[in-house]
Design a protein around this ligand. Structure first.
Ligand SMILES: [Zn+2]
Length: 98
């Protein structure tokens, strides 16, 4: 049962996930890092969940969507900083065991 629920995420959901969030009726999203905190992030249509939520909330027949961004963001930024981003761009297989 997802309708009316809260989704917690370490990172801002992308535009594809955001669409699914609205379609299953999740009404609150709490996330840590912003999509733009990811070094290789390329936002489709400049996607920003708060902008998308403002649009959703202006629709009469869509469930309202509350966004809480930046929750524990500093901790998420520390985790992001340890990921091998340069390897991720140049390799088919990423070794994260190190
Ligand atoms: Zn996504």
């Amino acid at each position: 049962m997802l309708a009316g629920g809260t989704l917690y995420s370490s990172c801002e959901p992308c535009i594809m996930c955001s669409f699914v969030i609205t379609q299953v009726g999740i009404t609150r999203v709490v996330f840590a890092a912003r999509g733009t905190d990811i070094p290789t992030y390329k936002p489709l249509l400049g996607a920003d969940l708060e902008v998308a939520a403002a649009w959703v909330n202006s629709q009469r027949d869509w469930a309202p969507l509350e966004i809480v961004g930046g929750f524990m963001r500093e901790r998420a930024l520390r985790a992001i900083s340890t990921f091998p981003w340069s390897e991720a761009e140049n390799r088919d297989v990423i070794d994260t065991s190190q």
